[in-house]
Design a protein around this ligand. Structure first.
Ligand code: NAP
Length: 285
């Protein structure tokens, strides 16, 4: 691990998420094209990625890709991650850092497949990483040193905002920000439908809806005030906002969203436990 910013990165599985991370770390200057390598399964996709990013991308070749890398990102689908770890484990060294992006895959599943203990991180990004506005939850095992945490967090800051949590909170991260973009897309969709219902054109409804969500989020972020205070500030006595708020409360908007996050978190936890159990049974069998 280099603290001078000269880290070499290997991204194993440059699909949607791995590709977005690759694009983000190149764009932000976290790595130059000669400091990063990536892999895919198919040659066709590898060629597309090579042309798009101008860095080495190979179909397979995970073992070669990790050699000389400081940070190794495991970005295949969760069920493929244990297979990739088994494939590369005898060329890994304890000074390298493994970072899994796999949803619902506990770190212990990866640790059990290693030849010796090494730093392992688990990160839960969300899809706005493709526009550099992701929200990323990160946790690490006991081998991870503070300077390694700093570099890993810096890498993810290339694609969004980073929050450090304990591993037992990763399912809550999944329920809130991992799945969260879908909830917000539904809100935007409903805003557009509301505008259409009231006679605004599709184009105007869409522009106003997306900017209202974007602007409100930016205002919460910049003001650092609780959203309830900002809501109160725009609620004029006897005005139009309070009658709309009354409607939203009557239909339980806030309660609905709290329940959605609770249910998604519970589901993520169950999936994570089931996947770990299945892999344990396969190991024993
Ligand atoms: N997408 C999200 O919103 C999101 C959010 C949070 C976390 N994640 C996590 O990110 C990970 C990737 O998800 P994704 O949506 O990016 O999936 P994806 O688009 O299917 O990407 C997976 C990539 O892995 C490659 N691959 C498959 N087997 C491989 C192997 N043995 N060696 C090297 N590369 C291999 C595939 O290559 P080909 O392209 O050639 O098939 C593909 O490029 C998952 O673990 C997921 O849980 C995703």
């Amino acid at each position: 691990m280099q603290e001078d910013g000269n880290n070499r990165v290997a991204i194993l599985g440059a699909g949607n998420m791995g590709g977005a991370l690759l694009g983000g770390i190149l764009k932000s200057g976290f790595v130059k094209p000669d400091q990063v390598v990536a892999t895919t399964k198919s040659e066709e996709h590898a060629r597309v990625m090579r042309e798009k990013y101008g860095c080495p991308v190979t179909a397979g070749g995970n073992r070669a890709a990790v050699q000389g890398a400081h940070l190794i990102v495991l970005a295949t689908k969760p069920h493929v991650v244990p297979l990739v770890v088994e494939e590369i484990r005898d060329v890994l060294t304890p000074d390298q850092v493994l970072i899994s992006l796999a949803a619902a895959l506990p770190m212990v599943v990866i640790e059990k497949r290693l030849r010796e203990a090494m730093p392992v991180f688990r990160a839960m990004p969300n899809i706005p990483v493709v526009v550099g506005e992701g929200a990323v939850g990160v946790c690490a095992n006991r081998q991870a040193k503070p300077e390694q945490r700093k570099v890993v967090e810096e890498m993810f800051r290339a694609v969004g905002v980073v929050c450090s949590v304990e591993e037992d909170m990763m399912d809550a991260v999944t329920g809130l920000s991992g799945s969260g973009p879908a909830y917000v897309y539904m809100v935007i969709e409903a805003f557009i439908a509301g505008g259409l219902k009231m006679g605004l054109s599709r184009e105007v409804s869409t522009k106003l809806a997306e900017q209202t969500v974007l602007g409100a989020a930016r205002h919460v972020q910049n003001s650092m005030l609780h959203p309830a205070i900002l809501r109160d500030e725009v609620t004029t006595p006897g005005g139009t906002t309070i009658v709309a708020i009354h409607e939203l409360e009557r239909h339980g908007l806030r309660s609905m969203l709290i329940s959605a996050i609770e249910t998604a978190t519970r589901h993520a936890k169950e999936r994570s436990q089931a996947l770990a159990k299945k892999l344990d049974q396969e190991d024993e069998g």
